[in-house]
Design a protein around this ligand. Sequence first.
Ligand SMILES: NC(=O)c1ccc[n+]([C@@H]2O[C@H](COP(=O)([O-])OP(=O)(O)OC[C@H]3O[C@@H](n4cnc5c(N)ncnc54)[C@H](O)[C@@H]3O)[C@@H](O)[C@H]2O)c1
Ligand SMILES: CC(C)=CCC/C(C)=C/C=C/C(C)=C/C=C/C(C)=C/C=C/C=C(C)/C=C/C=C(C)/C=C/C=C(\C)CCC=C(C)C
Length: 600
Amino acid sequence: MRKPAAFQSHLPLSSRYRFSHSPLACNPKVPAHLPSPPFYLAPLNAATTPQPQPITPRRNSNRQPTTRHVDVAIIGSGMGALTAAAELVATGATVAVLEKYLIPGGSAGSFKRPGYVFDVGASMIFGFGSQGTTNLLTKALKKVGRQLETIPDPVQVRYHLPEGLDVRVYREYERFLEELGSKFPHEREGIRRFYDACWSVFGSLNAMPLRSLEEPRYLLEVFAAHPVACLNLLRFIARNAGDVARQYIRDERVIRFIDMECFTFSVATADLSPMINAGMVFCDRHYGGVRYPKGGVGRIAEELVKGIEEREGSWVQFGARVTEVVFDEEGRACGVKLATGDVIRAKAVISNATRWDTFGDKGLVRGARVPQAEWKFRERYVKSPSFCSAHIAVRERDLQVEMTEAGGMDCHHIVLEDWDKFETARNGDGTLFVSIPTILDKSIAPEGMHILHVFTPSWMDEWSGLPPDEYAAKKAASLSKMVRRIETAFCGGLSKAIEFAEVGTPRTHRRFLGRSDGSYGPMARKRLSGLLSMPFNRTEVQGLYCVGDSTFPGQGLNATAFSGVSCGHRVAADLGLARRLPRRVDQFVSGLLGKTRLEL
Ligand SMILES: NC(=O)c1ccc[n+]([C@@H]2O[C@H](COP(=O)([O-])OP(=O)(O)OC[C@H]3O[C@@H](n4cnc5c(N)ncnc54)[C@H](O)[C@@H]3O)[C@@H](O)[C@H]2O)c1
Ligand SMILES: CC(C)=CCC/C(C)=C/C=C/C(C)=C/C=C/C(C)=C/C=C/C=C(C)/C=C/C=C(C)/C=C/C=C(\C)CCC=C(C)C
């Protein structure tokens, strides 16, 4: 019932291509503008390529649906779900984590090919530091008695931007300021003051225990113990990074650079990116540092699953697609129903599906049960774009650059040739994200090989409705465009060095991650007051909570880990497993807090 045999070997990405020297003319599906010498991407033979497993086991008509009982039923096993589950089992609650796919982690999972481990989503990981309170991944693992070896990255990212702007964000803060300041000497002071403001946010967060902001007892305690830090956070919580940057910086080119910095975590410009999140990302990279978990990003989820399953009465179930939330006569969420017909009864339900997939006519809570607050959420936030991504295996000997950490290639890169295409470009012309995790961790590819994970924002409407041939051809064309851009920017010889590549599109992300339109997460529809209107974990449906990137504080692994920790804390308090104010006072104060935020 728990881990299916396919746990170690699965196929979350759709098309697979391999390098071939056959002339382009042999395959009419391959667009004529692929780079030369012949760069020809042929789908691997379907007979020899492992095919995707069915996402949901078929209902067996001879089997009677079962009902099981647990304290908390959790829909999905993304990082939000797993960190909430870890928090809950540590308080003594029993949990059932129900994942529709075959591996844990959602967009933070890893999938395997013979000899290779590929990360499903971004490989740039924050939250693995050893000190302070913001190292939420280290802490979540510790909660369930686990730890992971991580490899520190000396450079968070190298930007290859228009007008030859080439900036490395070094692990050392002063070195980064020197690097950026040397490109804009007249703005040295402003640059320092902006990033120092980020440190002020980070310092406040990193001074206090991070738990649920909708749990009044914790709020009172944290205010009493850290009044200055709390007031400082209140000062910034309603602000966006762009407002703060403009206070100190005049040169629009530096503002554009900060826009790009914000884009990497929020897929939006600085004007739409909460200052609290900017503070976290722009400082943790110099404090805990960016670190790669040895063996792949999916190791985090695998270890959390092991830790959760070690607790008596808790389990993680794969191939378990939840089709609806179940309610009692009073309209309180009291469990979930799976596609197999099985029911898991619970005192509380947590959804790690996006809000668009949780609520609405195709969601898990439908019709009149969808609360008003969810429609309000949609007035404020829209789905961000998805990505077109490629996982590429590359022969080191055929590259024209040195692929080592010391003096050679950096692990993470951002490429953009034209500022006009920065946030709005379609069809693969926008910002390109590239990670080469094998620079840090050689264990995830065979000797002499490297992994390139490349992705660029892409919208569902670019891909929907295409017949299979056109879909495949568009993927091949997208791959060749990404490869060409990387070759020009920093990695000569790439097209000739490719062993095989797999391309994913918004359709892939929707199918395998269950995310509406394959979206990366919510994005402010218009300028909002920082993080103030981002919903916490409780919903207006009694007994139902949300976790993950459509809850406070938004996208990112460390951000969803925070949402998981705070969700676990609030649920534990509601179940009487964590300290809280007397029930009536608790309900009154947290209700008031929720309402005030909704009106903002
Ligand atoms: N390097 C990084 O910082 C990094 C890397 C990877 C992911 N991320 C972040 O992770 C965030 C997403 O994490 P998340 O916690 O919100 O979740 P997620 O989208 O990663 O995972 C949700 C999980 O729920 C499952 N699911 C959805 N509907 C279901 C249903 N009906 N029944 C059963 N299972 C269902 C999906 O299969 C998936 O595994 C993104 O914002 C992304 O930024 C960051
Ligand atoms: C009550 C009220 C309202 C108030 C009071 C006051 C207070 C106390 C406050 C507090 C607050 C808090 C606690 C907050 C918290 C926050 C947090 C934790 C946050 C976090 C965040 C994080 C983030 C955002 C992250 C992100 C990241 C990301 C997204 C990443 C990504 C990556 C990628 C995409 C990659 C790229 C690159 C390449 C490849 C190159």
